[in-house]
Design a binder for this molecule. Structure first.
Ligand code: SF4
Length: 476
C-alpha cells in the first residue's frame, strides 16, 4: 500500500462491534504492542486549537509493523489530537478511553487497559490480510472518531511512536497530563454534587458491569473522573456515559444511593440490584469488569485488606498473582472480598470508609505505596507492609504485630472471645462428623467439640444435587 492508498475505502480488515471482546492468544499474534513485557507505553488524547491540527494526518515514529519480528513485544505510544468548537479539555479522557473501544472494533486487533498501561495485539490473520502498517490503526481510529463524534470533532490527527528513545519524553509528558487531570478531580467531593455518572463502555466484556463514577470514586479503569463522565454525557447523551440522579442516601458510610441502585439495575438488566461504593466486605460491592488498575482483596487470616496492581510481578502476599485474582474479580460480578479499583480511588476521603479505610489496609506493592504515600494517614503509613517487608501470610502477621497495626487490636479481641466460648459452651459432635487425624476425640458426654470457622469464605464452582437411590437388597 502506498501512502495515498491508506484510505478508509481500502481498509484491509473488517471493522465492527462484532470484533469487540475478540481475544488474540500468544500463538495467534503477529506482534504485541505495550503489555507487561514493555516498560513505557501510553495513549493520550489532547484537545488542540483548530490551527494546530492537520485533519487526517497520521505520523509513525519508529519501526512499523513490517519491521517488527513476528511474536515479539514492542513499546508503543499514541497521541490523538482533536479540535473543534465543542472540543474541551474535560473531553480528553473520555475520547482517550474510546481508543480502547475503537481499536477493539478492528478485526484481529486486541486492546486492553488504558493510559500508561496499554496492551495490544495484532493477529497474524489480519496482518496477512494487509494490516501491515500502523497507519491502518491511525486511519481506523480517525474514521471511527469522526463517525461517533461528527458534531464535536472537526479535525483529528494521530501520531504513533514505537521508537523507544522517542517514547520516553512523550511518556513523561503524558504522565504529567494524567496527574493534572486527577488533581482537578480531587477538588470536589460527593457531597458537593447533585448527580453522579455511570459508564457501560466495558459491557461488551462484562455485560452486567456498570461503573458508578462519583467525585469520591474514580472509575475503576482510573481514566474517567466525575468531570470527564459529566462532559461525555453532555456531548454524547446516547453514548456509554450517563447521568445518575443521586436519589435518597440509603447508607452514607457504605455509599448506597437509591439512584445508583436504580441505574445499576436498569443497565445490568436486573443482574445488579444494590451497590455499595465504599466497601469490599459486602455482597453488594461495586462490580468489576476487567479494566481495573488494581484489585483490593480481603485477607481473612489477618482481617485486613491487601491491594495489588496489574504491574506487580509475582504473587501478592496471599500467594496469588494479579492475573489469578483478576479472573475471580472481573466479569461484572459482585464478589464479596474482591473489588477492582482505580489507583486514584486510594486518594479519596471515602476510600473503603465502611471497612476502616487505610486502617484496614495491610499490604500493597511498594511502587503503588510510593505513589499514594502522601494520602495515607501518617499514623498508619509505616504499618502497611510491602513486598520488601513480607511475602507470605506468616511474616505479614509478624510484621503487623511488630508495628501494632490497627487490625491487630481486632485479633486480640477475637482471641479473647474464643477463649470465653471454649470455657462456656461445650457442644455435642453431630453424628457422622469426622475429626482430623491426630485430634483426640473427647466423649460427647464430657463436652465434645465445637468447630468455629471465622472469616472463612467457602465458594463452590457448581453445586450438584444427586439423588442417591437406596441400595437394593440382594436376593437370597
Ligand atoms: S472501566 Fe468503567 S469507566 Fe472505565 S471504560 Fe469501563 S465501564 Fe467505563
Amino acid at each position: 500500500m502506498t501512502e495515498a492508498e491508506i484510505k478508509w475505502e481500502n481498509f484491509p480488515v473488517d471493522v465492527g462491534l462484532v470484533y469487540e471482546g475478540e481475544r488474540i492468544r500468544g500463538k495467534q499474534m503477529q506482534v504485541e504492542l505495550g503489555g507487561p513485557k514493555v516498560g513505557d507505553k501510553f495513549e493520550l488524547v489532547q484537545a488542540r486549537k483548530m490551527n494546530e491540527v492537520q485533519d487526517g494526518k497520521i505520523t509513525i515514529i519508529g519501526p512499523d509493523l513490517k519491521d517488527m519480528e513476528e511474536g515479539k513485544s514492542y513499546p508503543v505510544g499514541i497521541i490523538v489530537e482533536v479540535a473543534g468548537k465543542q472540543v474541551e479539555r474535560d473531553l480528553e479522557s473520555v475520547f482517550e478511553r474510546r481508543i480502547h473501544e475503537f481499536s477493539n472494533f478492528i478485526e484481529g486487533m486486541m486492546h486492553l487497559n488504558q493510559r500508561y498501561d496499554i496492551w495490544m495485539r495484532l493477529s497474524k490473520a489480519s496482518y496477512k490480510k494487509g494490516f501491515n502498517t500502523l497507519k491502518w490503526w491511525g486511519e481506523g481510529l480517525i474514521h471511527l472518531y469522526k463517525s461517533e463524534f461528527e458534531k464535536v470533532i472537526e479535525k483529528i490527527q494521530v501520531t504513533i511512536i514505537t521508537d523507544p528513545s522517542k517514547i520516553k519524553p512523550e511518556f513523561d509528558k503524558a504522565m504529567k497530563v494524567y496527574k493534572t487531570r486527577d488533581e482537578r478531580a480531587r477538588s470536589i467531593t460527593d457531597d458537593d454534587v447533585n448527580e453522579f455518572y455511570g459508564c457501560v463502555l466495558c459491557s461488551s466484556f462484562a455485560p452486567s458491569h456498570v461503573c458508578t463514577i462519583t467525585p469520591g470514586r474514580i472509575a475503576l479503569c482510573g481514566s474517567i473522573s466525575w468531570f470527564d463522565a459529566r462532559a461525555a454525557a453532555k456531548v454524547d447523551p446516547k453514548g456509554p456515559n450517563f447521568l445518575i440522579e443521586k436519589g435518597e442516601c440509603l447508607d452514607d458510610i457504605k455509599g448506597e444511593w437509591s439512584g445508583i441502585n436504580e441505574a445499576a439495575k436498569k443497565k445490568s438488566l436486573g443482574e445488579v440490584e444494590r451497590v455499595h461504593l465504599h466497601t469490599i466486605l459486602s455482597p453488594y460491592n461495586h462490580t468489576s469488569c476487567g479494566c481495573f488498575e488494581a484489585i483490593a482483596f480481603y485477607i481473612p487470616e489477618v482481617d485486613g485488606v491487601g491491594i495489588v496492581d496489574r504491574n506487580f510481578k509475582g504473587a501478592a502476599v496471599n500467594g496469588l498473582p494479579f492475573s489469578t485474582m483478576a479472573n475471580s474479580t472481573g466479569g461484572g460480578k459482585q464478589i464479596e472480598g474482591f473489588v477492582g479499583i482505580g489507583v486514584e480511588y486510594m486518594r479519596s476521603p471515602k476510600f473503603f470508609q465502611a471497612d476502616g479505610g487505610w486502617n484496614r489496609v495491610v499490604w500493597m506493592p511498594s511502587h503503588i505505596k510510593d505513589r499514594v504515600k502522601d494520602d495515607i494517614p501518617a499514623d498508619v503509613v509505616d504499618k502497611i507492609a510491602t513486598e520488601a517487608d513480607t511475602t507470605d501470610l506468616d511474616s505479614l502477621k509478624d510484621f503487623l504485630k511488630s508495628k501494632n497495626h490497627p487490625v491487630v487490636k481486632g485479633w486480640v479481641e477475637e482471641e479473647e472471645e474464643e477463649e470465653e466460648e471454649e470455657v462456656v459452651t461445650p457442644t455435642m459432635v453431630p453424628t457422622g462428623v469426622q475429626m482430623p487425624m491426630g485430634v483426640p476425640m473427647a466423649p460427647a458426654a464430657t463436652g465434645g467439640w465445637k468447630i468455629i470457622l471465622k472469616g472463612a469464605r467457602i465458594t463452590a464452582e457448581e453445586l450438584i444435587i444427586k439423588r442417591i437411590e437406596p441400595k437394593k437388597k440382594k436376593k437370597k
